[in-house]
Design a protein around this ligand. Structure first.
Ligand SMILES: [Zn+2]
Length: 139
């Protein structure tokens, strides 16, 4: 299952060049061409799934296993202090390529990347209401 217009499918099929870190039957890991920090890597399933929600469970297990394998290698090779793992779902979340991918982003103190600006603490009642509305969606 591939999408002929998808840039990650073209990387998987080697139609487009990438700096490949790791490959197995299920996944490919390669360097992000527009890294947010040095060493920013991506792990994708070889099959085309638009996002995490659409991904087959077994494929996802393979992908997350590779994420876990690659992350410490990225961290060590970049001499980083931590790793940020991220997947985006939907344009509003910042997803640009609609083929599931996990970002492996090495982090160091003071690298300037701001993900979660400090916000005011929410009241417990408001949080409980939100939790209830999400729980209702699980049923
Ligand atoms: Zn694709």
């Amino acid at each position: 299952m591939t999408d002929p217009h998808c840039i990650f499918c073209k990387i998987v099929s080697k139609e487009i060049e990438a700096s490949i870190i790791y490959e197995d039957d299920t996944c490919l890991a390669f360097m992000d061409i527009t890294p947010v920090t040095k060493g920013h890597a991506l792990v994708v399933p070889k099959q085309h799934y638009a996002n995490l929600s659409e991904c087959d469970d077994e494929v996802l297990r393979g992908v997350i296993s590779v994420v876990r394998k690659i992350s410490p290698a990225v961290k060590n090779a970049m001499d980083a202090e931590g790793i940020l793992l991220q997947t985006l779902e939907g344009s509003a979340a910042g997803q640009e390529v609609f083929h599931l991918h996990f970002h492996i982003i090495p982090r160091t103190t003071g690298d300037g990347l701001i993900l979660f600006p400090k916000k005011a603490m929410q009241e417990r009642d408001a949080l409980n209401d939100l939790a209830e509305s999400i729980k209702a969606e699980l049923k």
